[in-house]
Ligand binder design. Sequence first.
Ligand code: SAM
Ligand code: SF4
Length: 328
Amino acid sequence: MIDPFGRPITYLRVSVTDRCDLRCVYCMAEDMTFLPKAEVLSLEEMDRLCGAFIRLGTNKIRITGGEPLVRRDVMSLFRSVGARIGHGLDELTLTTNGTQLARYAGNLHAAGVRRVNVSLDTLDAARFTAMTRWGKIEKTLDGIFAAKAAGLAIKINAVAMKGVNEDEFDAMIAWCGEHGFDLCLIETMPLGDIDGDRTDQYLPLSVVRARIRKRWTLEETAYTTGGPARYFTVAETGQRIGFITPMTHNFCESCNRVRLTCTGTLYLCLGQEDSADFRQVLRSGASDDALDDAIRAAITLKPKGHDFVIDRARQRPALARHMSMTGG
Ligand code: SAM
Ligand code: SF4
């Protein structure tokens, strides 16, 4: 699948639920209302869509959410999609907050998953609870080490927040180095209403990177996932560090991805409204050919790029939908 700007679309991210067992302050309001079940695709419907995307050339699928591992029976989706590895699909991955990983790490590996991204914004227990509103860091850490023991490669995702965790990045680089994890720092993006002002949270990673360079040697790498992250190798630890900078850096030229929400809406860009509804297509009894045609038609809607701004005057998010809809 090639979009109108000549970009091959090979990467599908699937949000399997909008629900979550945490309430990270930058992601959700404390009293989030979640979708009624009837609006959410069944795991069979999601599997069918994944199969169609793979048939059309998608070779990488990431399962995300909300928190994907709180969805009942989600392992059946990992097994059915994982069975396509080597038959069109090269890689099946997961983004998780880690709270359920201790339970599922072995099953994930058995389903063919080899890499997981785990969100961990701080190593401090009290801060973790404050940033997630009620999470316990031990659960996430247990999950991370269970995943490591199960043979999964781990990348830690940390959202950089001004005045919240900005004093911890050196410690996190050292900790990731010690345990063999890559680290990815993420700028806050203006997605969805939260209980607060995002302009107070925004910390440009250009500033963070300059600070990190005072203590660590960042070596350029050619490594890329086609996404918004720029990767370096930390010479002292040998691990990679990535900087996801949607706000300060334009990465759209090489974008290879589209995002499916748990209700079957395909978003063509994280930062734009362009979308196509697949729940209707699936539930109207479409044939595989009709489904493939609908996917091809949707790809023609992919916009050239995003135009995120954090606008203090408007005090509104750039997009009404939360990250937990599209999974980031
Ligand atoms: N619950 C899983 C997790 O936390 O990893 C998967 C879904 S979560 C929405 C995916 C990623 O998006 C997480 O790394 C999270 O930190 C990040 N995220 C959520 N809201 C964000 C925002 N407004 N700006 C930047 N990153 C955000
Ligand atoms: Fe849940 Fe992930 Fe959002 Fe945190 S970032 S509230 S863990 S979906």
